[in-house]
Design a protein around this ligand. Structure first.
Ligand code: IPE
Ligand code: IPE
Ligand code: MG
Length: 254
């Protein structure tokens, strides 16, 4: 889709405010390939990806999205070359240091999901400070998935619930969808209605398996560092043209 002749304002005008997703989740992918295409080291792609994070966050807040979850580092990403992992962790500290003021200015609250205990101390501290500094903001919640794995999260929830059953708080027969949802790290958040993945890959890579059960998937070949506010708005316009049937037939929805 060529977006060069259309403005951000024109795209915004095409968005139906009555049909906005409350929660959008994004797998930000393709930083390494973007850099390689330019003959640069992979880390150059990660650094440039920060601009896309800024634009998409701003765009989401402007149109009234309540929750934006960004997959920033998976549990599997520890298996990358040590130098790249280290660079990503440093970039996180630097970005948080710079951007928390902007989040506050825009009334955006920061949260995180994932096993934060395994993050390097400096990264974890910067993250917890960002979360604390923005905790009273109300316009939108930006959730960073860091050292996140959906299977890890589901197992953690299962352990939590098993312990509650063992203590006699309720019976296993009483475990509901709601109890399970509230035992996940996304407790209290609505499930994402829209999942976006950039860079042409069409897999979930261990992201939000439970929460995405009925989400609409949007895949784009655009590499993350090239993904801009216009692309994001286009993804939402595409989402709004879909019919979400939830098992029913089309005629029942009219
Ligand atoms: C996404 O881009 C960023 C992270 C996973 C941290 P990649 O680094 O996966 O880029 P590609 O997929 O190798 O191009
Ligand atoms: C998924 O991207 C994780 C993040 C975007 C943080 P990857 O690039 O690591 O996923 P795979 O390995 O290609 O599935
Ligand atoms: Mg990748």
């Amino acid at each position: 889709m060529d977006l060069s002749n259309v403005s951000v304002e024109e795209l915004k005008a095409q968005i139906d405010e009555q049909k906005l997703p409350r929660h959008i989740a994004i797998i930000m992918d393709g930083n390494g390939r973007w850099a390689k295409q330019k003959g640069k080291p992979r880390v150059f792609g990660h650094t440039n990806g920060v601009t896309s994070v800024r634009e998409v966050t701003e765009g989401a807040a402007e149109i009234g999205i309540e929750y934006l979850t960004l997959y920033a580092f998976s549990t599997e990403n520890w298996n990358r070359p040590a130098m790249e992992v280290e660079a990503l962790m440093v970039l996180l500290v630097q970005t948080l240091g710079k951007e928390v003021a902007t989040l506050n200015k825009n009334n955006i609250r920061l949260q995180a999901i994932g096993d934060l205990s395994r993050l390097p101390t400096r990264t974890r501290k910067a993250l917890l400070k960002g979360i604390d500094d923005t905790k009273n903001n109300t316009r939108m919640t930006l959730v960073l998935a860091l050292n996140y794995s959906a299977k890890w999260e589901i197992l953690e929830a299962t352990r939590l619930i098993a312990d509650q059953v063992k203590r006699g708080e309720f019976n296993s027969n009483d475990i509901t969808d709601e109890i399970f949802s509230n035992s996940l790290s996304t407790a209290g958040m609505p499930d994402p209605e829209l999942l976006i993945r950039t860079s042409g890959e069409t897999r979930l890579s261990n992201f939000l398996l439970w929460q995405l059960a009925y989400a609409e998937f949007y895949f784009t070949p655009v590499f993350w560092p090239d993904y801009r506010k216009k692309h994001f708005l286009q993804s939402i316009i595409d989402y709004q043209q879909r019919e979400r049937r939830f098992g029913k037939i089309s005629e029942q929805l009219k």
